[in-house]
Design a protein around this ligand. Structure first.
Ligand SMILES: Cc1ncc(COP(=O)(O)O)c(C=O)c1O
Length: 337
């Protein structure tokens, strides 16, 4: 029996624009191999920095193109620091204000406002405006991690914190992992100029320069105008997967569990019946051929789970949810100590 994975927060192979990228890589090397095949600028392939700078309306000197934008790193580095709770409208800004009043000023706030990983929730527009104002009024530095913003398949796009605040205290990071392909390892961050310049030595002494061939390949993809059509395709494929998962949950777990209904991104958040140990469920689910990540791995409730709908095919998703749902009553009956 094939395992159906709701654990892997990665795109299904059919989401990857393989042929287009093969062609873009060839052209990128032929056109600019003399630069892209050498050690390059520590802060990234210069023409791509310029493209990103233009897209965000900033000087390219503020753009650092990196080998991916990472997610597990901030989670590891920030583990143990204060966490601001989330609800259905994203980060609880009242709670953040209380923390700011109570403690000494933090070095920065790390946040994923759109289709948050793991919970799939999105910060409401009203809260975005309040947070942008806090950044300004309290000189609160914010790192806005936004790899999913363009992967919206329903509803109206919301302004980023970076746009609302003007990029003075808000630093913005994104990635081409969800919009083109994660194996390219091309992400970026827009920083205040002095911080960007300060990274040159650090980059030089850790990895010399980032992988330039894939950066040149991404630029070719962008210049050919392939991003928008690719996004349209990816959004459609993800919407079908999200819908398959929502339908299956409704069919199998209605009245027993609660789940979020994300308008984009890769994940939804499942709240199992109170007292259910999702880690125990995972053990049984793995044996039954379906996997997910327990919410407690992200600091969530013991009875919560992150389900990724990005990887499994729509035709497998219903079966995966059925396998999971069959196990819930038995695990829910085993009360947590
Ligand atoms: C919150 C978050 N940030 C960033 C990323 C992108 O990581 P990378 O650019 O290293 O592939 C991801 C991907 O999983 C993510 O979930």
């Amino acid at each position: 029996m094939e395992t159906i994975s709701f654990a892997r927060g990665v795109p299904a192979p059919e989401l990857l624009p393989i042929e287009e990228l093969a062609d873009c890589a060839k052209t990128a090397i032929e056109r600019d191999g003399a630069a892209a095949l050498l050690y390059g600028h520590t802060l990234g392939y210069q023409p791509l920095r310029e493209w990103i700078g233009e897209r965000h309306g900033v000087d390219p000197a503020r753009v650092v193109v990196t080998n991916g934008s990472t997610y597990d790193r901030p989670r590891k580095i920030l583990n143990g620091f204060d966490e601001v709770p989330l609800d259905d409208d994203g980060l609880d800004v009242d709670e953040l204000e209380r923390l700011l009043d109570r403690d000494s000023p933090p070095a920065f706030l790390y946040t994923i406002p759109t289709f948050q990983n793991p919970a799939g929730v999105t910060l409401s527009e009203e809260r975005r405006r309040r947070l942008a104002e806090l950044a300004d009024v309290r000189a609160l530095r914010i790192l806005e991690d936004d790899p999913y913003g363009l992967v919206r398949f329903e509803g109206e796009p919301l302004p980023t914190l970076f746009e609302l605040e003007g990029g003075r205290n808000v630093m913005y990071s994104s990635s081409f992992s969800k919009t083109i392909a994660p194996g390219l390892r091309v992400g970026y961050v827009v920083l205040p100029e002095e911080i960007a310049a300060g990274l040159e030595d650090l980059v030089a002494s850790t990895y010399i320069s980032p992988a330039l061939v894939t950066q040149a390949t991404v630029l070719e993809f962008l210049r050919r105008g392939l991003l928008e059509p690719n996004l349209e395709r990816v959004r459609g494929l993800l919407r079908d997967r999200r819908d398959a998962m929502l339908e299956a949950l409704e069919r199998e777990l209605r009245g027993q569990a609660r789940w979020s209904r994300p308008e984009g991104g890769y994940f939804l958040w499942l709240e199992l019946p109170e007292g259910t140990d999702a880690t125990e469920l995972l053990g049984r689910a793995t044996a039954a051929g379906v996997t997910f990540v327990p919410g407690s791995d992200f600091g969530g409730e013991q009875s919560s789970a992150r389900l990724a709908f990005s990887f499994a095919a729509p035709s497998e998703i219903g079966e995966g949810v059925s396998r999971l749902a069959r196990l819930v009553p038995a695990v829910a009956a085993v009360k947590l100590p």
